[in-house]
Design a protein around this ligand. Structure first.
Ligand SMILES: [Fe+2]
Length: 288
């Protein structure tokens, strides 16, 4: 990485990267460096960026094809590429703790990979922080790749060829009702449990809050396995908690990380982040 200064954020994954303005035109070699950094570190944060929506979408397109945001698509059929995370709407008005939108976002406080419930899950999420709380509101991350590396051999063999059902309605209806059109647009899907990065060959397992059951396994055993895999990945020492600063542009790799939002006092603080996602490409799922 010639011009980029890299700071490691956790023993397993994560990098802070300085020395680049993401909103300026960049040569192909720099785009490749960023994609390599994502493959290597899974989470990359570029602090101090100026990133209005237009620039955020242009940067997203450099990384791949933007993924239509599933809530608007499911509810109305319209394609939009932006999601707003936090408690400040497009009208700039702050929503408090009792607002339905804030309650709905409580689902983000469960460990998950974005859009794992889609037939072709997204690869990356790109988030730019405009306003952040003075207290709380971190996002926590863990590496499914490091967790896979820690598994004993017999466990790796046991799970090697399994498939898992991911189901948005299953996970979200535990937190808040799901709009019927939205629910109908997202039928349960089966994904291979073990996945592999095609560029560096690193393997991981793929679970999270949308993971409902193991295909072909009885209910209790299935739940126990998914819960066990999740617990192995999310020990306190495995977690990197990102305390957002205004101006952070962060890319995380949903193919091999889980994340969850930490709570904050929405009555007291404003939190406004704009988010895009990069559609999934052929990811090395084993045993197709
Ligand atoms: Fe998320």
């Amino acid at each position: 990485m010639s011009e980029l200064q890299i700071e490691h954020l956790h023993a397993d994954f994560g990098a802070g990267i300085r020395g680049i303005d993401l909103s300026s035109p960049m040569p192909e070699s720099m785009r490749e460096e960023i994609l390599d950094a994502i493959d290597t570190y899974s989470f990359v944060c570029f602090p101090g960026q100026a990133m209005p929506d237009e620039e955020l979408l242009a940067f997203t397109r450099l990384l791949g094809e933007p993924e239509p945001e599933h809530i608007t698509l499911g509810q109305t059929g319209k394609i939009v590429y932006f999601g707003t995370v936090g408690n400040v709407g497009d009208d700039c008005v702050q929503k408090g703790n009792d607002h339905p939108d804030i309650r709905f976002q409580a689902g983000n406080q469960l460990w998950h990979a974005d859009s794992s419930f889609r037939e072709r899950p997204c690869s990356f999420t790109v988030t730019h922080a405009h306003e952040v709380p003075g207290e709380g509101g971190a996002t926590e991350f863990v590496s499914a790749r490091a967790a896979y590396d820690r598994l004993p051999d017999d466990m790796r063999e046991k799970i090697d060829e399994l498939k898992v059902i991911h189901d948005y309605v299953f996970s979200r209806s535990q937190v808040a009702p799901v709009n019927p059109n939205h629910a109908a647009s997202l039928p349960p899907v089966a994904h291979k449990l073990i996945r592999q990065n095609p560029r560096n060959g690193r393997k991981n397992y793929y679970v999270g809050s949308h993971a409902r059951s193991v295909v072909g396994w009885p209910g209790i055993e299935s739940r126990e396995l998914i819960d066990d895999l999740l617990a192995r990945m999310t020990r306190p020492e495995d977690i990197y908690a990102h305390q957002w600063q205004a101006g952070d542009t962060v890319i995380w790799d949903n193919r091999c990380l889980l994340h969850r939002g930490a709570s904050y006092d929405a009555d007291r603080w404003r939190r406004r982040m704009r988010q895009t996602r990069v559609a999934g490409s052929d990811y090395g799922e084993l045993h197709s």
